[in-house]
Design a protein around this ligand. Structure first.
Ligand SMILES: Nc1ncnc2c1ncn2[C@@H]1O[C@H](COP(=O)(O)OP(=O)(O)OP(=O)(O)O)[C@@H](O)[C@H]1O
Ligand SMILES: [Mg+2]
Length: 234
């Protein structure tokens, strides 16, 4: 099992946000984490990748307990994270941003061609500053940079945020290709219904730091379900 989380708690200082989260993600599965603003989705992702400490509970990656492992070691084990807001080095070039990602996989892990196969625009923009790219291009760079580190599991935090609808569709297609061609396992935090429909095998719903429901991709299509669990105006 790529990811197996039991009774996880985490938060900021004394404030507990993530509470008693138990979840698992199967090999090659695409799991969506949904929920309204501020319910703790990003906090959960940060805890899984090690940017926030685990207060209680366990996180296992391929049967290894990584709950107390440093974020950089988790990344080297094969966990890639595309943060909300993308986390690019905006004053560095596209190429240098990719180098940062490649370092995670260690020397010799350079696989630019593979990254460019998925994101040809990055090759065209190689010497341009990351901050000068469009929102959609920046999201592709954030994604490509993680891919350069050879992940087996990727966590994406709201990749559709601030991106035009046609690029959102493109991101959806890329996520599916990564699963089919590279066997990647994906956890995606999303509020964009179209993207969730397009890619997710299964959805878990968060509210106030807890998982309150689990839905199939078909169930999420019901308008009243979406209204209940997502921050969308209907
Ligand atoms: N660095 C921080 N320090 C203290 N509290 C924080 C910090 N970051 C987030 N929080 C609080 O934790 C709670 C959960 O925030 P989080 O960012 O995980 O939610 P989210 O579900 O990702 O929201 P969104 O959909 O807006 O991205 C919120 O109440 C937020 O105010
Ligand atoms: Mg968030």
């Amino acid at each position: 099992m790529p990811l197996n989380v039991s009774n996880l708690y985490s938060g900021y200082g004394r404030v507990r946000i993530v509470q008693d989260v138990t979840m698992s993600v199967g090999e090659g599965e695409i799991l969506a984490v949904i929920g309204r603003n501020g319910v703790g989705k990003t906090t959960l992702m940060k805890t899984l990748v090690g940017l926030l400490g685990t207060l209680h509970g366990t996180i296992e990656f391929r049967d290894q307990d990584i709950s107390r492992m440093h974020a950089s070691r988790r990344a080297r084990l094969g966990i890639g994270y595309v943060p909300q807001g993308r986390g690019l080095f905006t004053r560095l070039s596209v190429g240098d941003n990719l180098v940062m990602g490649e370092r995670v996989g260690g020397i010799g892990a350079t696989n630019r061609r593979r990254v460019f196969q998925f994101f040809p625009i990055l090759e065209e923009r190689l010497s341009q500053k990351a901050g000068s790219l469009s929102g959609g291009e920046q999201q592709q760079l954030a994604f490509g940079r993680i891919l350069a580190g050879h992940p087996e599991l990727i966590l994406l935090d709201e990749p559709s945020e601030g991106i035009q609808p046609n690029i959102v569709q493109e991101i959806g297609r890329i996520i599916q290709r990564l699963r089919h061609e590279e066997g990647l396992t994906v956890v995606i935090v999303e509020q964009n219904l179209e993207l969730i429909h397009a890619v997710a095998d299964r959805c878990i719903v968060m509210d106030k730091g807890k998982i309150i429901a689990e839905l199939t991709a078909d169930e999420i299509k019901e308008p009243e379900v979406a209204k209940r669990y997502l921050a969308i105006a209907t």
